[in-house]
Design a protein around this ligand. Structure first.
Ligand code: DZW
Length: 296
């Protein structure tokens, strides 16, 4: 088919919205709480007490208290820390504050992108929230492909400090059950060599998934997704040369299926992290609102 004027316009709108909400220079990352990488080979746990073997308990607070501790360090410390009561308890997830800020920031950008997709603002507010809450982690996975490097399986966001490895994400509390398929997903997506038009259409199609639980007006969501999918198919036929266009549309649809399973695994791990995080303020209010709070 030929592309209609309306379809051309839709693509132009999505690309502009993406440019306004994805900063390829990553210049805001310096405002996040800083990444703290635990040195994999030094297990001396950063106690700032280099030589003295007397008191390296991570729970002790006052000098007087710590002298009482000598002799039964581990046991007493573990009681003091039990239930997050110790004020200076070191978080087990050193990268969590940075990841929380990165993801919170990204959520706000994704909301901005969604709001500029034709039809989104016209939906009832409840459905707007349902669509965003259910898709936002999937969109973050999709958009992060722009910073992903298949060379060394990392996300490269400017400086060395903001170059993220799998190990960085495990230091934020996630594990390989999410990370292995997530990295495979990134590699597979990178291999599709999507045009920018295809990349933004895939994100828009993902947001407008009519099968998200508890949607009030599925048909309207489905109609918008249909319009986006039709535009994607037409774009590929008209603008994507073979051989890379071969089966491209079904491969993109498969990526949407992969995202569902990644989303599910993320939810499980998030719940565990939010329960185990040493300090609730490692997360952000927006994260608690979008992915749920262990309380409530
Ligand atoms: C510790 C820092 C590592 C950052 C690597 C991020 C890679 C990435 O459960 C939560 C809410 C606490 C955390 C949820 C994130 C789980 C893992 C995950 C990571 C899932 C999806 C994507 C990533 C994304 C990388 C970037 C973005 C967030 C983009 O918005 C911008 C840029 O491409 C970097």
């Amino acid at each position: 088919p030929q592309m209609s004027e309306e379809q051309e316009q839709l693509i132009a709108t999505l690309i502009e919205a993406h440019h306004k909400t994805y900063d390829s220079s990553y210049s805001d990352f310096g405002q996040f709480r800083p990444p703290v990488r635990k040195d994999e080979f030094d297990s001396s746990d950063d106690c700032s007490m280099p030589e003295a073997p007397t008191d390296c308990s991570f729970g002790s607070s006052t000098p007087g208290e710590s002298s009482m501790n000598s002799g039964n360090l581990g046991l007493l410390a573990s009681f003091e820390n039990f239930g997050q009561s110790a004020s200076n308890m070191t978080s087990p997830f050193s990268m969590l504050p940075h990841l929380s800020d990165l993801v919170s920031y990204s959520i706000q950008k994704v909301i901005g992108f969604a709001k500029s997709i034709p039809g989104f603002r016209e939906l009832n507010t409840e459905d707007q929230i349902v669509l965003l809450k259910s898709s936002v982690i999937e969109i973050i996975m999709l958009r992060s492909n722009e910073s992903f490097s298949s060379e060394d399986n990392s996300w490269v966001c400017g400086s060395e400090e903001f170059k993220y490895s799998i190990s960085d994400v495990t230091q934020a509390g996630h594990n390989m059950e999410l990370l292995e398929p997530l990295v495979k997903f990134q590699i597979g997506l990178k291999k599709l060599n999507l045009h920018e038009a295809e990349h933004v259409l895939l994100m828009a199609i993902c947001i407008f998934s009519p099968d998200r639980p508890s949607l009030l007006e599925r048909e309207r969501v489905e109609a918008i997704q249909e319009r986006l999918s039709e535009t994607l198919r037409a774009y590929i036929v008209c603008n994507h040369p073979p051989p890379s266009s071969h089966l491209l549309y079904p491969k993109m649809v498969q990526k949407l299926a992969d995202l569902r399973s990644l989303n599910e695994e993320h939810s499980k791990q998030y719940l565990e992290i939010s329960r185990e995080a040493g300090d609730p303020s490692d997360l952000t209010p927006l994260l608690l609102e979008v992915f749920g709070s262990p309380l409530s």
